[in-house]
Design a protein around this ligand. Structure first.
Ligand SMILES: [Zn+2]
Length: 300
């Protein structure tokens, strides 16, 4: 992903960008929304099953004018550079040329990525929440796509986000622990991760997940940064975790193999193609490269 500017010394995390004004005050102003939809300067993103149209380069969103948009569920994303941005959610992509966030993610501008992550998360929520969980009635869209209301019981449903922890575990020799899932191709490794349990703190989730997956006890847990990951509704909260023990016992379920890497080992194996590290748009890669102290070769 291209970043036009760097705002701080915090690790740069792809997709974790705020490059549009969500302008939430307009979501319930139907007159404003209709007037803005009629404005030819307004730009629209089409989205279906996580896919969107791209321009001739294949790497930028092909924004269209409202009068070019097919019928679909209209959601208001906000404003960027004084221009209103909507998404129209469709059942199917219009043709095979559409791309998705995973494959186009690294080449998107920060401006587009910000809007796209918002739109994809909303679309996933709409797809999975058609009926009221309390009374079963069909839900109706409100607040320009950001609320679903139930005509049966009156309950309002809001977009949900599921917190997950993702952590780079290091030991006293400053080696990093990476693991691989049973289904992954040979050589692919990543940081450990898992969902937060109900009623659990983020730090305890880090300690529990590491203990469950690889049998390593973790002491100090330090927050690094976070990343929206709308596949379908996660917020990945990234940490550094300090191991108190180093013996590895994998659970054989989520993790089939895990091992400690020194910086030299990681570089040598990645250069040789024996080690495949996570993609550039994942916070996992940011955690690994921040520990390593620079860019590493080799990616999925
Ligand atoms: Zn209901």
């Amino acid at each position: 992903m291209r970043h036009e500017e760097k705002e701080s010394h915090a690790p740069e995390i792809a997709l974790s960008v705020r490059a549009h004004d969500r302008a939430g005050q307009h979501r319930t102003d139907d007159a404003w929304l209709e007037r803005t939809w009629a404005d030819p300067r307004t730009r629209v993103l089409l989205l279906a099953r996580g896919k969107f149209p791209v321009d001739a380069s294949g790497t930028s969103i092909a924004w269209i004018c409202p009068d070019e948009a097919p019928d679909g569920q209209r959601v208001f994303l906000g404003e960027q550079d004084g221009v209103a941005r909507f998404a129209v959610l469709l059942a199917e992509p219009v043709d095979d040329s559409w791309s998705n966030l995973r494959s186009a993610g690294e080449s998107l501008t920060t401006a587009d990525a910000s809007l796209l992550v918002h739109a994809v998360a909303l679309a996933e929520w709409h797809t999975a929440h058609r009926f009221c969980g309390r009374c079963g009635d069909r839900l109706q869209v409100a607040a320009a796509g950001h609320v679903l209301t139930c005509p049966g019981c009156g309950r309002q449903h809001f977009p949900r986000t599921d917190p997950a922890v993702i952590m780079l575990v290091t030991d006293d020799e400053d080696r990093a622990l990476l693991g691989r899932q049973p289904s992954w191709p040979e050589g692919r490794y990543s940081t450990l991760a898992g969902f937060v349990d109900p009623g659990e703190s983020l730090e305890d989730a880090v300690r529990r997940e590491v203990a469950e997956e690889v049998g390593v006890e973790v002491g100090e847990v330090t927050y690094v940064g976070n990343q929206p990951w709308p596949f379908p509704a996660s917020l990945m909260v990234g940490f550094n975790a300090r191991a108190l023990t180093t013996e590895i016992t994998v659970d054989e379920d989520e993790i089939s193999h895990a091992r400690w890497f020194s910086r030299d080992q990681m570089l040598a194996e990645a250069e040789a193609g024996a080690l495949l590290l996570p993609s550039g748009i994942s916070i996992s890669r940011t955690l690994i490269e921040t520990w390593y102290g620079g860019r590493l070769p080799g990616r999925w």
